[in-house]
Design a protein around this ligand. Structure first.
Ligand SMILES: Cc1cc2nc3c(=O)[nH]c(=O)nc-3n(C[C@H](O)[C@H](O)[C@H](O)COP(=O)(O)OP(=O)(O)OC[C@H]3O[C@@H](n4cnc5c(N)ncnc54)[C@H](O)[C@@H]3O)c2cc1C
Length: 417
């Protein structure tokens, strides 16, 4: 099959890898308009369930992803830096640039023609291909061109956010909420590159954003103000704005939905098809699951049209509850100030409960998590659990990759930050 994939983000690259793993004879080109190693954003978090999928689908790239990822344990929620609450648990994180480098190298090794630095402006060059995969991100040009056929809807979130890095090394997933003269502002931070760089996503309501002058200041001015506001939780470390030579910009999160994920031989994948607010930390994982499922249905069906129909039915149904959950999470953060008169422990519990009713025992568990020896025991249990999951998926003893191993059905419920 001759395939062109527009967009060499995690979704596009992982689709190419998954196709080649199922049939090395496919002729696949991935085109991305940025040079290799240059991407927007900083790190992304993920959990064991993504590693399970990666190891099942392609152990080689899974091993490289795991090796370059950082483990973080627990979540800390600081209010005004004077009051802190904790959640238990652990996750992993990895810089986007490193992730794309790993996937790009693996795709090339499998025989995919990965072309960087080429922007696709229209589809007229691809008249002779069997399948066009639009994995060109949330602002997909391919999708916009035919938005009426995909039934696209894009809704912007109210809050403003900016995706930054910092040289402060966080070992926990950390939230810091600070009160300013213009209102509350907070960051979500986690490690990205081991012991070097952390990701720091700053978010606030529109009136705070205007009140602090972020609508009129230049980028350097923005960073200076943010470093002053977060001086205590950042321990005086710097914020880093520039990736690929461009300054990060303030954004409003676009929630993208489509009533159909394909038309003719053009299919949407990853953020081009759907976005989920960053407060549930799932977009990369979902793009990768799309990629695996699309490769699998193309492997199972003789006709491309049947495969696309199956993919559309499976993935749109799977995304519906996840996007609803992401919407609720985004809305909760848009009204976070309603809960910020509480203590950190009460506020953190409200944050944990934003996805729905909690059982009474969960509140007791939350209170227990605030006790340091209890957290220590939880960390030990988590380590044992992590070891068991790693052994079960084959992470401990790297087996030689099998040429064909269609993945088992994939769970669609993402863990929530
Ligand atoms: C602030 C923030 C934090 C996030 N944190 C997390 C997280 O912790 N965990 C997580 O799982 N997800 C996270 N995400 C979501 C995640 O970044 C995306 O869901 C994921 O990158 C989607 O992958 P993709 O391959 O579909 O698209 P992208 O990664 O956006 O890749 C699209 C690619 O297409 C290329 N492209 C675009 N147009 C063209 C064109 N015309 N021609 C050629 N190439 C083109 C672009 O250069 C880009 O490389 C976060 C998102 C944001 C905004």
């Amino acid at each position: 099959m001759k395939i062109v994939c527009i967009g060499g983000g995690p979704g596009g690259l992982y689709f190419a890898i998954s196709m080649k793993r199922r049939d090395p004879a496919h002729d696949i080109t991935v085109i991305d308009h940025h040079p290799l190693g240059s991407t927007y954003g900083w790190g992304v978090v993920y959990w064991d369930d993504l590693l399970d999928i990666l190891y099942r689908n392609d152990p080689d790239s899974a091993h490289a992803v795991r090796t370059r990822s950082v483990l973080w344990q627990e979540q800390a929620i600081h209010l005004r830096d004077s009051d802190t609450a904790y959640f238990g648990g652990y996750g992993f994180s990895m810089g986007r640039a490193a992730l794309l480098e790993v996937l790009s190298r693996r795709a090339s090794d499998l025989g995919v023609d990965v072309q960087h630095g080429r922007e696709v402006l229209d589809l007229s060059d691809f008249g002779d291909v069997d399948l066009i995969v639009a994995a060109d991100g949330a602002n997909s040009r391919v999708r916009q061109r035919d938005s009426h056929r995909f039934g696209t809807s894009v809704t912007l979130g109210e809050n403003r956010y900016i995706w930054l890095g910092t040289d402060k090394v966080f070992t926990r997933f950390t939230f810091a909420f600070e009160h300013t003269s213009a209102g509350w502002i907070w960051f979500h931070a986690y490690p990205s590159v081991a012991e070097t760089i952390s990701t720091c996503i700053v978010e606030c309501q529109p009136r705070t954003w205007c009140g602090l002058g972020f609508d009129s200041q230049d980028n350097r001015g923005n960073l200076r103000v943010l470093e002053e506001i977060f001086a205590r939780p950042l321990d005086g470390h710097s914020l880093i704005s520039s990736t690929r030579g461009e300054f990060a910009r303030w954004n409003r999160f676009p929630e993208v939905t489509n009533t159909s994920w394909y038309h003719d031989n053009v299919v949407l994948l990853g953020d081009a098809a759907h976005t989920t607010h960053f407060t549930i930390g799932s977009g990369t994982r979902l793009a990768i699951v799309d990629a695996v499922v699309l490769a699998q249905v193309l492997y199972e069906h003789a006709e491309i049209a049947d495969a696309l129909d199956d993919y559309d039915a499976q993935r749109r149904a799977a995304l519906r509850p996840i996007q609803a959950c992401a919407r609720t999470s985004m809305a909760w953060f848009e009204h976070a100030d309603r809960y910020l008169d509480r203590s950190a422990v009460q506020f953190a519990y409200a944050m944990a409960a934003r996805h729905g009713m909690q059982m009474p025992w969960q509140y007791q568990q939350h209170l227990l998590t605030q006790v340091p020896p209890v957290r220590k025991v939880r960390r030990a249990i988590d380590s044992a659990h992590r070891w068991w999951r790693a052994a079960r998926r084959g992470e401990r003893a790297m087996a030689p990759p099998s040429p064909l191993r269609p993945p088992a059905p994939i769970r669609s419920d993402p863990p929530i930050r």
